[in-house]
Design a protein around this ligand. Structure first.
Ligand code: GLN
Length: 198
């Protein structure tokens, strides 16, 4: 439902190289906001926020470099563009990866461990209340998921599963180990749209 106080329609970009792009798009549209697939640097000027989807972080990192998006996107995020990385997207945002010298955007003050739960067959889902997001239980789906092993002072932990940090916020940046776009619950998308509105 769109009410007066929701104000103008937000234009939410979804990095469109690879991964769970359409699923994010559907959630944004269901919440009656505009969703655009982002592949070119010019598009960065036209969006109110950007989602970095799950997929394969190494591939997405290569494509960000090859298309010339990496540096301007990093700059935009540092200037305050709201960004949300899910799974591989979270890996792209991290300043440091465990046992891996590679860093992609390197904007969030945290260390991330890739494939921390094991391989594809170790994928799982749980239901939890994440107070910052909603007072209802929401489904969290983990697929070859990373978790966070260190956070800097400015990073707020939003959710832990079995003592591992799996959702964080640092100023204009949100990162989740799991995939809200693969569930029918839009609470995280709603929260991110709120971040874009501010
Ligand atoms: N394991 C993947 C990576 O390291 C992330 C998996 C995902 O996004 N579902 O990039």
């Amino acid at each position: 439902m769109v009410t007066e106080e929701c104000g103008k329609t937000m234009k939410i970009g979804i990095l469109g190289f690879q991964g769970a792009v359409i699923e994010h798009q559907q959630h944004i549209q269901q919440l009656e906001q505009e969703a655009v697939i982002v592949r070119y640097r010019e598009q960065l000027e036209t969006i109110d926020g950007l989602i970095l989807p799950g997929g394969e972080s190494t591939t997405m990192g290569k494509l960000l470099n090859r298309t010339g998006l990496m540096d301007p996107l990093r700059e935009k995020i540092l200037q305050g563009l709201p960004v949300w990385g899910t799974c591989a997207g979270m890996i792209l945002l991290a300043k440091e990866l465990e046992q891996d010298p590679l860093v992609h955007l390197g904007v969030m003050d945290m260390t991330v461990k890739r494939n921390a739960y094991g391989t594809q067959i170790d994928s799982f889902d749980v239901r939890m209340v994440v107070p910052e997001i909603s007072n209802r239980e929401i489904p969290l789906v983990f697929i070859r998921a990373p978790y966070i092993t260190r956070v800097g002072k400015a990073v707020r932990v939003l959710c832990r599963v079995d003592d591992h940090i799996v959702a964080v916020r640092e100023r204009n940046m949100l990162a989740t180990s799991f995939h809200p776009e693969l569930t029918d619950d839009s609470a995280f998308h709603q929260y991110f749209i709120g971040m874009c509105r501010k």
